[in-house]
Design a protein around this ligand. Structure first.
Ligand code: HEC
Ligand code: CU
Length: 347
């Protein structure tokens, strides 16, 4: 971040930044134009039509169809431009491209915890490669936070018990502010961090350096046995036990006892772990205990990634539960998001 004496705008460091600023400029210009116009006319009319001794009694004016149409249609047009333009940017910002590199973010009073697919963790720092679509999947351990990177012109609420996403495509290397943009308690103003946008080679080097103890999915697999999930969720393909088989459920619709169906995603899996009685899979009973308090938010993320990584159950009965995540070595950088689905291919 170079030092600038006066800076009206943060740097434009993402693909969306220009469009957001363009819309903002339009809003400012339209607002300024009408504010100045109206204020000026008030002054002019106040002077021109001030009360004087010889003021004649004005004639009442009725109607004025064209005048009314004009002052309705022009503001309507101007505000519809705001609406359409804003909606188009909103849609772009809310739909992460399919091949985005995924990173998990957990907000907590008062810090940001980051988990990379490859297993790297960081706090209040986020390292990313330049010129890649990055998708953040975010949740909170306590209250509502909001992950805001002004230089990327993007922010999104981070909610407890739910996953929200945010994506961006950084166009410039450098260091940029992360702010929490939702008042979240006494040290809210200290809930700040830095995004480091790096050249891809630099990023790969960063990613491979330091404390790699397996990918997120591998950590999740370890937790899966540590917490005893494995004792119930036996991964046998042919036996329909008392507990559902978790193989291949990711991304599929799941039938519930209520008759409703849900798609298995991060939110559903995390709810299944923290509040299992909220949604019961059709054909099963409400016997899964809650793991709320026994597993950290990061642990839940790891379990989610593990469930995502386990492909369909192995065809042959009796064969070991497909340790899909184990088979896929920590892929570096680019194919991070792809590593898991690739592992779902049947042997
Ligand atoms: C006491 C046995 C038991 C344990 C231990 C257990 N579960 Fe479950 N789990 C169940 C049962 C039974 C269901 C189906 C009923 C329901 O939806 O609550 C279930 C449902 C689920 C589902 C939804 C599955 C689907 O097909 O939609 C997920 C995901 C899940 N469990 C993950 C876990 C994880 C992760 C752990 C360990 C942290 C775990 N479970 C521990 C019994 C268990
Ligand atoms: Cu916060």
């Amino acid at each position: 971040m170079e030092q600038k004496s006066i800076q009206f705008f943060p740097e434009q460091a993402s693909t969306i930044a220009h469009s957001v600023d363009g819309l903002y400029l339009y809003l400012v210009l339209v607002t300024a134009f009408f504010s100045i116009l109206i204020a000026t006319l008030i002054v002019i009319f106040a002077v021109k039509y001030r009360r004087r001794a010889d003021t004649p009694t004005p004639k009442a004016v009725h109607g004025g169809l064209w005048l009314e149409i004009t002052w309705s249609v022009i503001p309507l047009g101007l505000s519809m431009v705001m609406f359409a333009w804003g909606a188009s940017i909103f849609f772009t910002e809310s739909r992460p491209p399919a091949d985005s590199m995924e990173i998990y973010v957990t907000g907590k009073q008062w810090m940001w915890k980051i988990q990379h697919m490859e297993g790297q963790r960081e706090i209040n720092e986020l390292h990313i490669p330049v010129n890649r679509d990055i998708k953040l999947t975010m949740t909170s351990e306590d209250v509502i936070h909001d992950f805001y990177v002004p230089a990327f012109r993007t922010k999104s609420d981070v909610l407890p018990g739910r996953y929200t996403t945010e994506w961006f495509h950084a166009t410039k290397t450098g260091a940029y502010h992360i702010f929490c943009a939702e008042y979240c308690g006494t040290k809210h103003s200290g809930m700040i961090g830095t995004v480091y946008v790096m050249e891809p080679q630099q990023f790969d080097a960063w990613l491979s350096g330091g404390g790699g103890t397996g990918t997120l999915a591998q950590k999740g697999e370890a937790l899966f046995s540590q917490l005893g999930c494995v004792t119930c969720h036996q991964a046998t393909a042919d036996v329909k036990g008392r507990c559902p088989n978790l193989h291949g459920i990711w991304g599929r619709p799941q039938q519930l006892t209520t008759g409703a169906s849900v798609t298995v995603d991060a939110g559903y899996v995390s709810e299944s772990i923290l509040n299992p009685s909220a949604k019961i899979v059709a054909g099963y009973e409400n016997i899964m205990p809650t793991f709320s308090g026994l597993v950290t938010a990061e642990g839940v993320t790891e379990l989610v990634e593990y469930v995502k990584s386990i492909g369909p159950a192995p065809g042959a009965p009796g064969s070991a539960p497909a340790p899909a995540a184990k088979g896929a070595p920590a892929a570096k950088g680019a194919p991070a998001a792809k590593a898991a689905p690739a592992a779902t291919v049947k042997p």
